[in-house]
Every structure is written in structure tokens, then in C-alpha cells.
Design a protein around this ligand. Structure first.
Ligand code: PLP
Length: 392
């Protein structure tokens, strides 16, 4: 077998996943760009602030792993306390999260035999709960659990106004809950309803009143289940925009927030009390005019589905466009930024930006103190199908 080439700079060996930097040896200026950077102190402050909110009251936090897909961040969220477990969006995330926490909510509909089989296997290792909104989905999970000799917890997913997945609150939900309660290999644990359409509402009063209204349908349905003698220990909802509204409504037992730990410019303009803790680092590759520079961090390194990123640390600089590998930035008058200088972009959307990267460079000031793998990025089930990753 041909040996892999070694990097000439031993400080960059972590790029190949061989080791993390020795403390104090790697600086931000050594990192190849584009790269994802997290400010560890800011991250920890966000995590602590959210944990402190849920330390009072009866509702618990179940941080959404899909936001960052990074085991080290999930460990820090659980260690901060006030958590009932972790939330995931995909089976692949849940498989990785199961190595960090022993109580996983897969807050999504899992319907194919192959994925249901993986969920059934996982349910032997951890307390696993997933969402259903159809008899077909319920039957697929029940069959997989019976085949595996395991037991899968389910929440009936309600459409609380987002118009995505979910059955309507009330009778339809009750009917599916009855079916779940009678299905082999299934334990009915309650209901969930994600008010995703309300997270970005800028006006606090409107966000609050509409969230209270939407959550009423969820709480009422939970009560209907209990009145019918069905189990309903979990009533799950919420995100970063509504955690302090839904998280204080009687009857809601846990909140699935994710973005709060790292924050993006979209959520910053909603006015939630968390600080930007990550950014995309780029290098200026062109300085065509006095008022413009171009950096190497385009939309293959920071998404623009919620708008172009903001420029961190240069007052008056604005990203005017993102192409695959280029960010075009209009500069304030007199800017001396030069080719080779670094720029920092604050993304508008946490989840899809992080999904583009392999690692977080963890910084304290200018020092890189750690490198965290974004272990659950992409769709992990495809990795083992490439010859590149076959065992030697
Ligand atoms: C089902 C579900 N729950 C919770 C969240 C909350 O995430 P965030 O706090 O990042 O808004 C999301 C985000 O898309 C979601 O899809």
C-alpha cells in the first residue's frame, strides 16, 4: 500500500485527523481557508445561559444536535445541565449522538425499512423516541422493533401551524395515538409540535401571542390523550426563537432548541439573548478596486438561504454576493485590507453552514486551542460505501 503523504508542517497534521494541535502551537493565521471557527468562551456562555433558564421551572431542555452535529458541543450542552437528553433530525445523527447521551429524541418521521431497522437497533442501546404522523410510519417502526426484539418510543407529531409534517391536533392525533398504544414493539410517550414558522418573528409581542396560541393545540391534545387513558409523559416543542415562551407554558415538558449555542445573524435579529460564537474564516484573494475585496469563502463554505453573511470586525463592510468560492465584500472608505489578509463572516443560518465543514477550529483569542470534528455532517450512511473508507 502506498503510504499517505505527510504534511510538511507538523502543526497541520490534525487536518488529516491524526491529532489535535499541541496547546499554544497553532494560530488562527496558520489555518487554511475557508474554515469554520468557534469561540469556545462565547459558546460556553450561550450554553450556560440556556441551561440557567431551564434550571428553574419544570420544562427541560433537549438540545438539537442537528444544529452543530459536533459531539464535543453536545457533551458541553449535557454537562451544563437542565437537559432531558438530545434531539436529532436524522438516523445518522442519532447513531452518533447515542455515543454521547443515553436519551435521544429523533424528532422526525422515519419510514423506510432500512432506517427503521437502524432505529430499532439503536433503541437497544439508548432510550430512543421518534415521531410519527402516519399509520404507514407507525407500522414500519413496529415491524422493525418486533424483528429486532426491541422497543421504540413514539411521539405523535402535530402540525401546530408550520404546515410541514404532523397530523392535526385533536381527533386525528388521538386516533393515531390509540394505534400506537396498541402496536407491538412501540411505546407511546406523548406528542410533539414544532412551531418553526414562529421562530423568526421579530416582534416579541407577536411571537409570544402566536406561540401561545399554537401551543394550546399541543397541550390540549396531550390532555385529550391523558383523558382517554393513554400515556403522555413527553410534550415536546420549541426552538431558539420561542424557548422562553413555549418553555414556560404549563404542560410542555421539553424544548428542542439548537441554534442558541452558536447563533447566526438571522436569530441575532430576532433578539434572543445569545451571542455569535462561530464564523467562517476566509482569505482575501483579490482587491480589484479601492472599495472592494474578494475572499475565498463563498457559498460552498457559508450558506445564504437566510441572506448573505455579515462581516465581523470591519465596520461598514458588507458582503454583496456569494459565489461558489468567492465572497465579494464592499469596504468602507480608506480600508487598507490587502491580499492575503483574513476576513471573518458571520453566517445567516447555523445548521446548513456547519454541515459544509469537517471540523471546527476552536479559538481563544488568536490561539487555536482545539479542533473538533463535525462527526455527524452529511449523511453518514454513505461513507462506508466508498472505496476510500474501506478498511485496509
Ligand atoms: C423539529 C425541530 N425542532 C426544533 C428545531 C429548533 O431549532 P433552532 O433552535 O435551531 O431553531 C428545529 C429547527 O429547524 C426543528 O426542525
Amino acid at each position: 500500500m502506498t503510504p499517505e503523504p505527510r504534511t510538511s508542517n507538523p502543526n497541520l497534521e490534525h487536518e488529516r485527523g491524526t491529532r489535535n494541535p499541541e496547546p499554544g502551537t497553532l494560530r488562527l493565521s496558520d489555518i487554511p481557508t475557508p474554515a469554520l471557527v468557534v469561540d469556545r468562551a462565547a459558546l460556553d456562555r450561550n450554553i450556560a445561559r440556556m441551561a440557567a433558564f431551564f434550571a428553574t421551572g419544570s420544562c427541560r431542555l433537549r438540545p438539537h444536535f442537528k444544529a452543530h452535529k459536533t459531539p464535543e458541543i453536545a457533551r458541553r450542552q449535557l454537562a451544563a445541565g437542565s437537559c432531558s437528553g438530545l434531539t436529532c433530525a436524522t438516523v445518522g445523527e442519532a447513531e452518533i449522538a447515542a455515543g454521547i447521551g443515553n436519551d435521544i429524541l429523533l424528532a422526525n418521521e422515519i419510514v423506510t425499512p432500512e432506517k427503521c431497522a437502524r432505529v430499532a437497533v439503536l433503541a437497544k442501546r439508548v432510550r430512543l423516541t421518534t415521531a410519527i404522523d402516519s399509520l404507514a410510519g407507525l407500522d414500519a417502526l413496529s415491524r422493525a422493533a418486533r424483528d429486532a426484539g426491541s422497543n421504540i418510543g413514539v411521539l405523535v407529531d402535530l402540525n401546530v401551524g408550520q404546515g410541514r409534517c404532523g397530523v392535526e391536533p385533536g381527533e386525528a392525533a388521538l386516533a393515531l395515538a390509540w394505534q400506537a398504544a396498541q402496536s407491538g414493539g412501540i411505546t407511546l410517550r406523548g406528542v410533539m409540535g414544532y412551531e418553526g414558522h414562529l421562530q423568526p418573528i421579530r416582534d416579541r409581542g407577536e411571537r409570544e401571542s402566536r406561540t401561545r396560541q399554537a401551543m394550546q393545540g399541543l397541550v390540549n391534545t396531550a390532555n385529550q390523550l391523558r383523558d382517554a387513558g393513554l400515556p403522555c409523559e413527553m410534550v415536546s416543542a420549541g426552538g431558539t426563537g420561542t424557548y422562553d415562551i413555549s418553555g414556560r407554558i404549563d404542560g410542555i415538558t421539553e424544548i428542542q432548541a439548537g441554534s442558541y449555542a452558536l447563533m447566526d445573524t438571522d436569530y441575532s435579529s430576532v433578539g434572543v439573548p445569545f451571542e455569535p460564537a462561530f464564523w467562517v474564516l476566509g482569505t482575501v484573494v483579490s482587491r480589484p478596486t479601492s472599495d472592494r475585496c474578494v475572499a475565498d469563502c463563498g457559498h460552498k463554505s457559508t450558506t445564504k438561504d437566510h441572506g448573505v453573511p455579515a462581516v465581523r470586525g470591519i465596520a461598514g463592510a458588507t458582503v454583496t454576493s456569494l459565489n461558489d468560492e468567492h465572497a465579494t465584500i464592499v469596504l468602507p472608505q480608506g480600508s487598507t485590507i490587502a491580499i492575503g489578509d483574513r476576513v471573518e463572516l458571520l453566517p445567516s443560518h447555523v445548521d446548513p453552514t456547519i454541515n459544509l465543514h469537517d471540523v471546527f477550529y476552536v479559538v481563544e483569542g488568536q490561539a487555536v486551542v482545539d479542533v473538533w470534528p463535525i462527526a455527524a455532517r452529511g449523511y453518514i450512511e454513505h461513507r462506508t460505501r466508498t472505496s476510500l473508507e474501506e478498511p485496509a
